[in-house]
Every structure is written in C-alpha cells, then in structure tokens.
Design a protein around this ligand. Structure first.
Ligand SMILES: NC(=O)c1ccc[n+]([C@@H]2O[C@H](COP(=O)([O-])OP(=O)(O)OC[C@H]3O[C@@H](n4cnc5c(N)ncnc54)[C@H](O)[C@@H]3O)[C@@H](O)[C@H]2O)c1
Length: 249
C-alpha cells in the first residue's frame, strides 16, 4: 500500500527533470498522476514509464503562463477525476544569463510569466478545487536562488523569491482550511535546465560550495516532494525546504 493511494496529483513541467522524477515517485506511492507540460513527446514518455511500472497517469498539454489553459486544464482534471488532492507547481525555465543592466525586457517578462505568474495561476485554479473537497497539499518548486542572489540570474532569482513569498502567503491563508503548502529549494540538480550553464561554472560551484562535492539528482528532489505531500509531514506548512547537499550551510 503506497502513501498516496487514491489521490489525484497534478504535476506541471512533468516531461523531464525534476517534474518527471516527481510524477514517477508519486505514481509509485499510488497516486493517479496528471502529467502536464508543453513538451508533449517527453510528457507522453513520462506517462509510458509510469504505466510500465504499473502506475496510473495521463498526459495533458498545459502552458502554465496562459491563464485560460491553466483554468481549463485544472477544471478538466477536477471534473473528470472527481478531485484534485495534490499539486506540484514545478514548470520553469532557466533563462538567459546576463548582468542585470543587460537583461532584455522580453526575457525578464518571459521569466516572470512562466516561473512566477505560472505558479500564481496554478495555485489559484488548484485551490478553488481543493476548497470544494475540504483540503489538499501543494508543493511549489522554488530554488536556492529563491533564498540568495544569483550572479547573472537576477530575473530567475527574483521569480523564485516570489515563489517562496507565494508559498508562505498561501500557507498562512489556507492552513486553517486544510490546505498545506510548502516549497522545495533545490541546489544544482542534473536536469536539462542546466544544459545552458557552462560546465566550468557548475564544477566550480560544486567543488567550492557543495560540501557533498557532487551535483544532485532529480530523484533526490522527488523524494522530498513526496514526503511533503504525504501524511509523514502533517505539521509542515509554509516551509522552503533546501535540497542542496549543504550549499547553504
Ligand atoms: N535543475 C536545477 O538545478 C534546479 C535547481 C533549482 C530549481 N530548479 C527548478 O526546478 C523546476 C524543474 O526544472 P528542471 O531542473 O527539472 O528542468 P527541466 O528543463 O528538465 O524541466 C522543466 C520542465 O518545465 C517545462 N516547461 C517550460 N516552460 C513551460 C511552460 N510555460 N508551461 C509548462 N511547462 C513548461 C519544460 O518543458 C520541462 O519539461 C524549475 O522550476 C526549475 O527552476 C531546478
């Protein structure tokens, strides 16, 4: 018997990386997983992997930066599945590294639309469903950059600080209504989002700043998300959980 039997879970950005690993981990614990992403090919591959393991999953195309899509897809899940118990707001982009005075306005806007407004829109739609069923659990995927500044990553850092602000606000607004909301703050995790980051920068950060001297794996983040969504963390609410190999320490 899994820890999340009979729960309906939504994961955004579940085609690759942390989202895929989370979708797979949730399904292993018995949840029926709504795999959403803009990348249909890899999203369907996530569903295939879950089904091969005997789990339950469905792919739905969802661009988190588009309000009409978010509202329609979340409502479709709620009406066809009869519930939305768990949500992981994970979709995000890494953006173009640049000093702040050289950031192109359209890149700032794109970052905010996906990494911050996307989380806001999903939270609104998810909470409306959860309130109708008497509660739910949510994890937002923030970042170490949501707690620190990031050279060349001011837009990303600002968006992720915003995600932590949203997480804490939702936790204090809806805690009494049986909706528990937390965030995870991963350090460097081996996923496609790092493809654009120079290897020398990654090696330097890992060697000088990470006491464990290695990069993290998406499955290590997924395990923490499962814990935050399970009955093993019933008094954890509004917490930005670091998963960084000790970087912040
Ligand atoms: N990998 C890391 O080092 C790291 C560290 C801290 C935080 N994060 C965060 O983890 C989350 C997942 O990233 P990842 O590392 O797994 O990278 P990833 O690139 O593998 O996954 C991101 C997913 O989001 C999807 N996506 C992008 N724009 C979207 C949109 N508009 N709507 C819906 N889906 C969209 C992509 O298609 C992709 O499947 C992101 O929010 C990222 O900021 C990653």
């Amino acid at each position: 018997m899994g820890k999340l039997e009979n729960k309906v879970a939504l994961v955004t950005g579940a085609a690759t990386g942390i989202g895929r690993a989370t979708a797979i981990a949730l399904a292993k614990e018995g949840a029926k997983v709504m795999v959403t992403d803009i990348n249909e090919k890899e999203g369907l591959e996530t569903v295939n992997r879950i089904e091969k393991d005997g789990g339950k999953a469905k792919f739905l195309h969802l661009d988190v930066s588009k309000k009409e899509q978010v509202d329609a897809v979340v409502m479709e899940i709620f009406t066809t599945e009869g519930s939305l118990d768990l949500a992981v707001n994970n979709a995000g982009i890494g953006g173009v590294p640049n000093a702040l005075h050289e950031v192109k306005f359209e890149n700032w806007e794109k970052m905010m639309n996906i990494n911050l407004t996307g989380v806001f829109l999903c939270l609104q739609a998810e909470i409306k469903c959860m309130l109708q069923k008497g509660g739910g659990r949510i994890v937002n995927v923030a970042s170490l950059a949501g707690l620190n500044g990031m050279p060349g990553g001011s837009s990303y850092s600002a968006a992720k600080h915003g995600v932590i602000g949203l997480t804490k606000s939702v936790a204090v607004e809806y805690g009494k209504l049986n909706i528990r909301t937390n965030a995870v703050c991963p350090g460097f995790i081996q996923t496609p989002i790092l493809d654009g980051v120079p290897q020398s920068m990654l090696d330097n950060s890992t060697n000088t700043r990470v006491p464990m001297k290695r990069i993290g794996q998406p499955e290590e983040v997924a395990k923490a998300i499962v814990w935050l969504l399970s009955e093993d963390s019933t008094y954890v609410n509004g917490h930005p959980l670091l998963i960084d190999g000790g970087f912040m320490a």
